[in-house]
Write a protein that binds this ligand. Structure first.
Ligand code: CAA
Length: 258
Protein backbone atom coordinates (compact mmCIF):
# COMPACT_ATOMS: atom_id res chain seq x y z
CA UNK A 1 0.00 0.00 0.00
CA UNK A 2 1.31 3.49 -0.76
CA UNK A 3 0.89 6.36 1.70
CA UNK A 4 0.86 10.09 1.01
CA UNK A 5 0.66 11.59 4.49
CA UNK A 6 2.77 9.20 6.52
CA UNK A 7 6.01 7.23 6.12
CA UNK A 8 5.87 3.58 7.09
CA UNK A 9 8.88 1.42 7.83
CA UNK A 10 9.78 -1.76 9.63
CA UNK A 11 12.80 -1.77 11.95
CA UNK A 12 13.32 -5.37 13.01
CA UNK A 13 10.24 -6.31 14.99
CA UNK A 14 9.09 -2.69 15.31
CA UNK A 15 6.68 -0.90 12.99
CA UNK A 16 7.48 2.80 12.57
CA UNK A 17 4.91 5.36 11.42
CA UNK A 18 6.16 8.92 10.79
CA UNK A 19 3.47 11.58 10.37
CA UNK A 20 4.50 13.48 7.27
CA UNK A 21 2.65 16.71 6.48
CA UNK A 22 5.57 19.00 7.39
CA UNK A 23 4.12 22.18 5.84
CA UNK A 24 1.02 21.87 8.03
CA UNK A 25 2.99 20.79 11.12
CA UNK A 26 1.45 17.33 10.69
CA UNK A 27 -2.10 18.61 11.12
CA UNK A 28 -4.30 15.53 11.26
CA UNK A 29 -6.79 15.38 8.39
CA UNK A 30 -9.00 12.44 7.43
CA UNK A 31 -6.61 11.20 4.75
CA UNK A 32 -3.74 11.05 7.26
CA UNK A 33 -5.79 9.34 9.96
CA UNK A 34 -7.12 6.82 7.38
CA UNK A 35 -3.50 6.02 6.52
CA UNK A 36 -2.48 5.69 10.18
CA UNK A 37 -5.38 3.25 10.68
CA UNK A 38 -4.41 1.28 7.57
CA UNK A 39 -0.72 1.08 8.59
CA UNK A 40 -1.67 -0.05 12.09
CA UNK A 41 -3.93 -2.75 10.63
CA UNK A 42 -0.99 -4.03 8.55
CA UNK A 43 1.32 -4.07 11.60
CA UNK A 44 -1.40 -5.70 13.71
CA UNK A 45 -1.73 -8.53 11.17
CA UNK A 46 2.04 -8.96 10.75
CA UNK A 47 3.29 -11.71 13.05
CA UNK A 48 6.81 -10.32 12.76
CA UNK A 49 5.84 -7.05 14.47
CA UNK A 50 5.69 -6.82 18.26
CA UNK A 51 5.30 -3.07 18.86
CA UNK A 52 4.76 0.17 16.96
CA UNK A 53 6.27 3.66 17.24
CA UNK A 54 4.40 6.74 15.99
CA UNK A 55 6.46 9.89 15.59
CA UNK A 56 6.38 13.25 13.82
CA UNK A 57 9.04 15.79 12.90
CA UNK A 58 11.51 17.80 15.00
CA UNK A 59 9.11 20.76 14.97
CA UNK A 60 5.82 18.98 15.48
CA UNK A 61 4.49 15.60 16.49
CA UNK A 62 1.16 17.05 15.30
CA UNK A 63 -0.30 20.54 15.74
CA UNK A 64 -3.82 19.18 16.03
CA UNK A 65 -6.71 18.22 13.86
CA UNK A 66 -6.66 20.04 10.52
CA UNK A 67 -8.35 23.36 11.16
CA UNK A 68 -8.67 24.12 7.44
CA UNK A 69 -10.64 20.91 6.97
CA UNK A 70 -12.83 21.44 10.05
CA UNK A 71 -13.50 25.14 9.45
CA UNK A 72 -16.16 24.29 6.85
CA UNK A 73 -17.85 21.51 8.82
CA UNK A 74 -21.54 21.77 9.67
CA UNK A 75 -22.87 19.82 12.64
CA UNK A 76 -24.25 17.30 10.14
CA UNK A 77 -20.85 16.90 8.42
CA UNK A 78 -19.21 16.11 11.76
CA UNK A 79 -21.98 13.84 13.00
CA UNK A 80 -22.83 11.96 9.81
CA UNK A 81 -19.18 11.68 8.81
CA UNK A 82 -18.52 10.19 12.26
CA UNK A 83 -15.64 12.61 12.62
CA UNK A 84 -13.03 11.59 15.24
CA UNK A 85 -14.57 8.11 15.55
CA UNK A 86 -14.38 6.70 12.04
CA UNK A 87 -10.62 6.57 11.72
CA UNK A 88 -9.25 7.64 15.11
CA UNK A 89 -10.58 4.58 16.97
CA UNK A 90 -8.14 2.33 15.08
CA UNK A 91 -5.33 3.71 17.26
CA UNK A 92 -7.27 2.85 20.39
CA UNK A 93 -8.26 -0.63 19.26
CA UNK A 94 -4.78 -1.73 18.11
CA UNK A 95 -3.83 -4.62 20.41
CA UNK A 96 -0.07 -4.28 20.04
CA UNK A 97 1.67 -1.61 22.13
CA UNK A 98 2.15 1.79 20.51
CA UNK A 99 4.78 4.29 21.66
CA UNK A 100 4.36 7.97 20.76
CA UNK A 101 7.77 9.60 20.25
CA UNK A 102 6.99 13.31 20.60
CA UNK A 103 9.18 16.27 19.65
CA UNK A 104 7.88 19.82 19.21
CA UNK A 105 4.17 20.60 19.21
CA UNK A 106 1.64 17.99 20.34
CA UNK A 107 -1.44 20.16 20.43
CA UNK A 108 -5.17 19.44 20.33
CA UNK A 109 -5.63 16.24 18.33
CA UNK A 110 -1.82 15.83 18.38
CA UNK A 111 -1.80 15.63 22.17
CA UNK A 112 -4.87 13.39 22.00
CA UNK A 113 -3.21 11.07 19.48
CA UNK A 114 -0.15 10.79 21.74
CA UNK A 115 -2.40 10.06 24.74
CA UNK A 116 -4.22 7.34 22.78
CA UNK A 117 -0.87 5.57 22.41
CA UNK A 118 0.33 3.43 25.32
CA UNK A 119 3.58 5.18 26.23
CA UNK A 120 4.69 8.74 25.50
CA UNK A 121 8.43 9.36 25.22
CA UNK A 122 9.15 13.07 24.81
CA UNK A 123 12.06 15.10 23.50
CA UNK A 124 13.10 18.05 25.67
CA UNK A 125 11.52 20.22 22.95
CA UNK A 126 8.04 18.71 23.28
CA UNK A 127 5.10 21.00 24.02
CA UNK A 128 1.72 19.57 24.93
CA UNK A 129 -1.59 21.42 24.99
CA UNK A 130 -5.31 21.40 24.31
CA UNK A 131 -5.85 24.85 22.76
CA UNK A 132 -9.26 24.08 21.18
CA UNK A 133 -10.98 26.65 23.40
CA UNK A 134 -9.27 29.34 21.30
CA UNK A 135 -11.05 27.97 18.21
CA UNK A 136 -14.48 27.94 19.80
CA UNK A 137 -14.57 24.16 20.23
CA UNK A 138 -13.59 21.64 22.87
CA UNK A 139 -11.17 18.73 22.51
CA UNK A 140 -12.94 15.98 20.56
CA UNK A 141 -10.53 13.05 20.46
CA UNK A 142 -10.38 12.23 24.15
CA UNK A 143 -8.59 15.28 25.59
CA UNK A 144 -11.13 16.05 28.31
CA UNK A 145 -11.17 12.37 29.34
CA UNK A 146 -7.60 11.10 28.99
CA UNK A 147 -5.82 14.25 30.17
CA UNK A 148 -7.40 14.36 33.67
CA UNK A 149 -6.70 10.64 34.07
CA UNK A 150 -3.05 11.27 33.13
CA UNK A 151 -2.28 14.56 34.88
CA UNK A 152 -5.03 15.33 37.44
CA UNK A 153 -8.21 17.34 37.15
CA UNK A 154 -6.57 20.66 38.08
CA UNK A 155 -3.88 20.51 35.41
CA UNK A 156 -6.28 19.19 32.76
CA UNK A 157 -8.68 22.06 33.52
CA UNK A 158 -5.76 24.50 33.39
CA UNK A 159 -4.58 23.27 29.97
CA UNK A 160 -8.05 22.90 28.40
CA UNK A 161 -9.45 26.16 29.78
CA UNK A 162 -6.44 28.49 29.32
CA UNK A 163 -5.00 26.82 26.18
CA UNK A 164 -1.47 27.19 27.57
CA UNK A 165 1.25 24.77 26.48
CA UNK A 166 3.07 22.46 28.89
CA UNK A 167 6.75 21.65 28.29
CA UNK A 168 8.30 18.19 28.43
CA UNK A 169 9.60 18.49 31.99
CA UNK A 170 6.26 19.61 33.35
CA UNK A 171 4.55 16.84 31.37
CA UNK A 172 6.87 14.25 32.90
CA UNK A 173 6.33 15.63 36.42
CA UNK A 174 2.59 15.53 35.83
CA UNK A 175 2.67 11.90 34.66
CA UNK A 176 1.72 12.39 31.01
CA UNK A 177 5.12 11.38 29.73
CA UNK A 178 7.15 8.35 30.76
CA UNK A 179 10.63 9.59 29.76
CA UNK A 180 12.20 12.84 28.53
CA UNK A 181 15.30 12.59 26.35
CA UNK A 182 17.44 14.96 24.26
CA UNK A 183 15.80 15.61 20.89
CA UNK A 184 18.54 13.86 18.91
CA UNK A 185 18.06 10.68 20.99
CA UNK A 186 14.26 10.57 20.77
CA UNK A 187 13.74 8.09 17.96
CA UNK A 188 16.51 5.76 19.15
CA UNK A 189 15.07 5.72 22.67
CA UNK A 190 11.55 4.96 21.39
CA UNK A 191 12.74 2.29 18.94
CA UNK A 192 14.89 0.66 21.64
CA UNK A 193 11.96 0.55 24.07
CA UNK A 194 9.70 -0.86 21.34
CA UNK A 195 12.32 -3.47 20.37
CA UNK A 196 12.62 -4.49 24.02
CA UNK A 197 8.85 -4.96 24.26
CA UNK A 198 8.88 -6.95 21.00
CA UNK A 199 11.31 -9.47 22.55
CA UNK A 200 8.73 -10.50 25.16
CA UNK A 201 5.84 -12.92 24.70
CA UNK A 202 3.31 -11.13 22.47
CA UNK A 203 0.20 -12.65 24.08
CA UNK A 204 1.51 -11.61 27.50
CA UNK A 205 2.33 -8.11 26.22
CA UNK A 206 -1.20 -7.84 24.81
CA UNK A 207 -2.70 -9.01 28.11
CA UNK A 208 -0.68 -6.38 29.99
CA UNK A 209 -1.90 -3.64 27.63
CA UNK A 210 -5.51 -4.80 27.97
CA UNK A 211 -5.23 -5.02 31.77
CA UNK A 212 -3.60 -1.61 32.25
CA UNK A 213 -6.29 -0.08 30.02
CA UNK A 214 -8.93 -1.64 32.27
CA UNK A 215 -7.62 0.59 35.06
CA UNK A 216 -8.89 3.55 33.06
CA UNK A 217 -12.08 2.04 31.74
CA UNK A 218 -13.62 0.24 34.72
CA UNK A 219 -13.85 0.28 38.50
CA UNK A 220 -11.10 -1.23 40.68
CA UNK A 221 -12.96 -4.47 41.50
CA UNK A 222 -13.71 -5.22 37.84
CA UNK A 223 -10.17 -4.27 36.80
CA UNK A 224 -8.61 -6.53 39.44
CA UNK A 225 -10.83 -9.42 38.38
CA UNK A 226 -9.91 -8.88 34.72
CA UNK A 227 -6.21 -8.81 35.63
CA UNK A 228 -6.50 -12.00 37.71
CA UNK A 229 -8.24 -13.90 34.90
CA UNK A 230 -5.56 -12.76 32.43
CA UNK A 231 -2.87 -13.71 34.98
CA UNK A 232 -4.34 -17.21 35.41
CA UNK A 233 -4.54 -17.66 31.62
CA UNK A 234 -0.76 -17.03 31.31
CA UNK A 235 -0.26 -20.48 32.83
CA UNK A 236 -1.65 -21.97 29.61
CA UNK A 237 1.23 -20.43 27.62
CA UNK A 238 4.51 -22.09 26.64
CA UNK A 239 6.04 -18.67 27.18
CA UNK A 240 5.26 -18.80 30.91
CA UNK A 241 6.98 -22.19 31.16
CA UNK A 242 9.98 -20.83 29.24
CA UNK A 243 10.17 -17.54 31.18
CA UNK A 244 10.14 -19.25 34.57
CA UNK A 245 12.45 -22.10 33.51
CA UNK A 246 14.92 -19.51 32.20
CA UNK A 247 14.87 -17.68 35.54
CA UNK A 248 15.45 -20.91 37.48
CA UNK A 249 18.23 -21.99 35.09
CA UNK A 250 19.82 -18.50 35.21
CA UNK A 251 19.72 -17.94 31.43
CA UNK A 252 17.89 -15.44 29.17
CA UNK A 253 14.38 -16.50 28.13
CA UNK A 254 13.65 -17.24 24.50
CA UNK A 255 9.93 -16.76 23.92
CA UNK A 256 8.23 -18.68 21.11
CA UNK A 257 5.26 -16.39 20.70
CA UNK A 258 7.02 -13.17 19.78
N1 CAA B 1 -4.46 22.69 11.20
C1 CAA B 1 -4.13 23.13 9.96
N2 CAA B 1 -2.99 23.80 9.69
C2 CAA B 1 -2.16 24.02 10.72
C3 CAA B 1 -2.45 23.60 12.03
C4 CAA B 1 -3.65 22.90 12.25
N3 CAA B 1 -4.00 22.42 13.45
N4 CAA B 1 -1.43 23.99 12.86
C5 CAA B 1 -0.54 24.62 12.06
N5 CAA B 1 -0.97 24.64 10.79
C6 CAA B 1 -0.32 25.25 9.62
C7 CAA B 1 -0.41 26.76 9.65
O1 CAA B 1 -1.65 27.19 9.14
C8 CAA B 1 0.76 27.15 8.79
O2 CAA B 1 0.39 27.00 7.44
P1 CAA B 1 0.79 28.16 6.36
O3 CAA B 1 2.29 28.16 6.36
O4 CAA B 1 0.18 27.66 5.09
O5 CAA B 1 0.22 29.42 6.89
C9 CAA B 1 1.81 26.08 9.11
O6 CAA B 1 1.08 24.98 9.67
C10 CAA B 1 2.84 26.55 10.11
O7 CAA B 1 2.16 27.05 11.25
P2 CAA B 1 2.50 28.48 11.91
O8 CAA B 1 2.98 29.43 10.87
O9 CAA B 1 1.32 28.87 12.72
O10 CAA B 1 3.73 28.06 12.83
P3 CAA B 1 4.17 28.71 14.22
O11 CAA B 1 5.47 28.05 14.56
O12 CAA B 1 4.10 30.16 14.17
O13 CAA B 1 3.05 28.22 15.28
C11 CAA B 1 1.59 26.61 16.35
C12 CAA B 1 2.92 26.85 15.58
C13 CAA B 1 1.66 27.28 17.71
C14 CAA B 1 1.47 25.11 16.50
C15 CAA B 1 0.42 27.19 15.55
O14 CAA B 1 0.51 26.73 14.20
C16 CAA B 1 -0.92 26.82 16.07
O15 CAA B 1 -1.37 27.39 17.03
N6 CAA B 1 -1.61 25.81 15.43
C17 CAA B 1 -2.93 25.41 15.80
C18 CAA B 1 -2.92 24.57 17.05
C19 CAA B 1 -4.34 24.16 17.43
O16 CAA B 1 -5.20 25.00 17.65
N7 CAA B 1 -4.60 22.85 17.51
C20 CAA B 1 -5.89 22.32 17.83
C21 CAA B 1 -6.67 22.01 16.57
S1 CAA B 1 -8.36 21.57 16.89
C22 CAA B 1 -8.31 19.94 17.35
O17 CAA B 1 -7.27 19.32 17.39
C23 CAA B 1 -9.64 19.34 17.70
C24 CAA B 1 -9.58 17.99 18.30
O18 CAA B 1 -9.67 17.82 19.49
C25 CAA B 1 -9.45 16.81 17.47
Amino acid sequence: MSYENILVETRGKVGLITLNRPKQLNALNDALMDEVGAALAVFEADEGIGAVVITGSEKAFAAGADIGMMAKFSYMDAYKGDYITRNWEKVKTCRKPIIAAVAGFALGGGCELAMTCDIIIAAETAKFGQPEVKLGILPGAGGTQRLPRAVSKAKAMDLCLTARMMGAEEAERAGLVSRVVPADKLLDEALTAAAQIAEYSLPVVMMIKESVNRAFESGLAEGLLFERRAFHSCFALDDQKEGMAAFVEKRPASFKNR
